[in-house]
Design a protein around this ligand. Structure first.
Ligand code: G16
Length: 545
């Protein structure tokens, strides 16, 4: 097998963020840019010779070109076999399922998740380990270091592979196997939920569901699982064809970008009782009832509280985990169940060790991700099926289920305010000032609310002892309220400041107070402490979710 070596020079800025390397397509398409990063990943691996790599992506612009390049490079890196999704498609959770089921050495997932796609928008790439989960920080730091010193990459010259046809071909000595992207994943989901009960629910004349795939990767999965396997009427899945630019939309399942779905569920003439959506690569989800949106933090808590209704989890949960900025609603469920609740930094990669060690069964994040130990990624369709399974058993509406949950556990009123596209130096100034102030805050009172503690979240992984610092500034108040500040690690332009606001309300009579009104005192504290307007010139957030 003839390996071609191409000389190259480092590109700056190839540091993976919260979930892999995400950049504008025009950055990724510079000659050698993708190759340098992929080679830097391969240079960190040991023992991949003759082993299996899983490869696929969310179908966004450049997905097809990148896959052909990576296949040639994987052959040169000595992989024995690459399993690639048909047409280069694999949702992130399906890729994780395939890695685990096929006992692959690892996987490369091409996605910029919920970020828009197209020639002027975003592309991304990340490496997942043999457990099916995103590589940890030690690995990604080593990849970054390698990108700064790389001088050559390697490939095996070959014609493009036809990714439309299932079956095997070769590049040099490496087998390329084009697989059905749905099969292994569907088999796994079938083993977790009561498909017969969900099928019955979907057949009921008084129950109508809509799944908005947002022209992203979950379209084919939605058609295959919801319509073909579970018998939901054709038309249940909307925007079900993956498009390289997501139809010009923003494939982020939140009330702003999935507004069409939200308003359809708010329209009594639509006859819809359940709505759901997922993002670009299929790992995020949104759950909507009739005129009622479930917040991701509440969804995690409801999912945990109803574990007994789901065949795969009915025997009990080992523990639950949430990222630090996610609301503490699930903590209350864990306390009642008498199981541990772990608080990790933002990023699914931090759940991996807990799941592998059998310490947590369910995990979730405020950023619309929920999942379990069935894979090592968050999983949009899993969350949707979990909700369908709950609805099938409880025979109540989404709103009734959430309100009942609040009545029992109290409500963690919660919102995230995003200030997008801030100049990076201004964001750095804001955080430097904030960190400096931290020691002076405990004991201070703002409008009657006293600060109990203030710190910069530091996480020590209870399994492997690794330490992650500066994972978000927290201001904890005496009444259990919290204000958290963090910079997004997934954006591709400037900095995005996220301010997470949370207040616990036990009394059901006060659950109805409008969200932003209930959180106004915390917004005032955030402004006073962080001087957002003074430093960034922004008086209002761009997105409140
Ligand atoms: C990624 C990670 C998530 C994390 C999110 C946070 O999500 O996989 O675990 O919660 O980023 O994003 P940010 O750093 O912007 O707050 P995804 O769906 O983009 O892969």
């Amino acid at each position: 097998m003839k390996i071609t070596t191409v000389g190259t020079t480092p590109f700056s800025g190839q540091k993976p963020g919260t979930s892999g390397l995400r950049k504008k397509v025009r950055v990724f398409t510079q000659p050698g840019y993708l190759e340098n990063f992929v080679q830097s990943i391969f240079d960190q691996l040991e023992g991949q010779q003759g082993k299996t790599l899983v490869l696929g992506g969310d179908g966004r612009y450049f997905n097809d070109v990148a896959i052909q390049i990576i296949l040639r490079m994987a052959a040169a890196a000595g992989f024995g076999r690459v399993l690639v999704g048909r047409q280069g498609i694999l949702s992130t959770p399906a890729a994780s399922a395939v890695i685990r089921k096929q006992r692959a050495f690892g996987g490369i997932i091409l996605s910029a998740s919920h970020n828009p796609g197209g020639p002027d928008d975003d592309f991304g790439i990340k490496y997942n380990l043999g457990n099916g989960g995103p590589a940890n920080e030690t690995f990604t730091d080593a990849v970054f270091k390698r990108t700064q010193e790389i001088s050559a990459y390697h490939l095996v010259e070959a014609a493009d592979i036809d990714l439309g046809r299932l079956g095997e071909t070769r590049i040099g000595e490496m087998i390329v196997c084009v697989i059905d992207p749905v099969a292994d994943y569907l088999e796994l989901l079938e083993s977790l939920f009561d498909f017969a009960a969900i099928k019955k629910l979907l057949a009921r004349p008084d129950f109508r569901m809509r799944f908005d795939a947002m022209h992203a990767v979950n379209g084919p999965y939605g058609h295959a699982i919801l319509e073909q396997r579970l018998g939901a009427p054709l038309g249940t899945v909307v925007n079900g064809t993956p498009l390289p630019d997501f139809g010009g939309g923003h494939p982020d399942p939140n009330p702003v970008y999935a507004a069409e779905l939200v308003s359809a569920l708010a329209d009594p003439t639509s006859g819809l009782s359940f709505g759901a959506a997922s993002d670009g690569d299929g790992d995020r989800n949104m759950i909507v009832g009739r005129n009622f949106i479930v917040s991701p933090s509440d969804s995690l808590a409801v999912i945990a509280a109803n574990y007994k209704l789901i065949p795969a989890y009915a025997k009990g949960l080992a523990g639950v985990a949430r990222s630090m900025p996610t609301s503490c609603a699930v903590d209350r469920v864990a306390a009642e169940l008498g199981i541990p609740c772990y608080e990790t930094p933002t990023g699914w990669k931090y759940f991996g060790t807990l799941l592998d060690a059998g310490m947590a069964t369910l995990c979730g994040e405020e950023s619309a991700g929920t999942g379990s130990n069935h894979v090592r990624e968050k999983d949009g369709l899993w969350a949707i099926l979990y909700w369908l399974n709950i609805l099938a058993v409880r025979n109540e509406s989404v709103e009734q289920i959430v309100r009942e949950h609040w009545r029992h556990f109290g409500r963690n009123v919660y919102s995230r305010h995003d200030y997008e596209g801030i100049a990076s130096d201004l964001a750095a100034t804001l955080f430097a000032e904030l960190r400096q102030k931290l020691p002076t805050l405990p004991g201070t009172t703002f409008d009657g609310l006293r600060v109990k503690a203030a710190d910069d979240f530091c996480y020590i992984d209870p399994v492997d002892g690794s330490r992650s610092e500066q994972q978000g500034v927290r201001i904890l108040l005496d009444d259990g309220s919290r204000v958290v500040f963090r910079l997004s690690g997934t954006g591709t332009e400037g900095a995005t400041l996220r301010v997470y606001l949370e207040r616990y309300v036990a009394d059901p009579a006060r659950h109805e107070v409008p969200l932003q009104q209930a959180l106004a005192p915390l917004v005032a504290i955030a402004e006073q402490v962080a001087r957002i307007a003074a430093i960034t010139g922004r008086n209002v957030p761009d997105v409140m979710s």
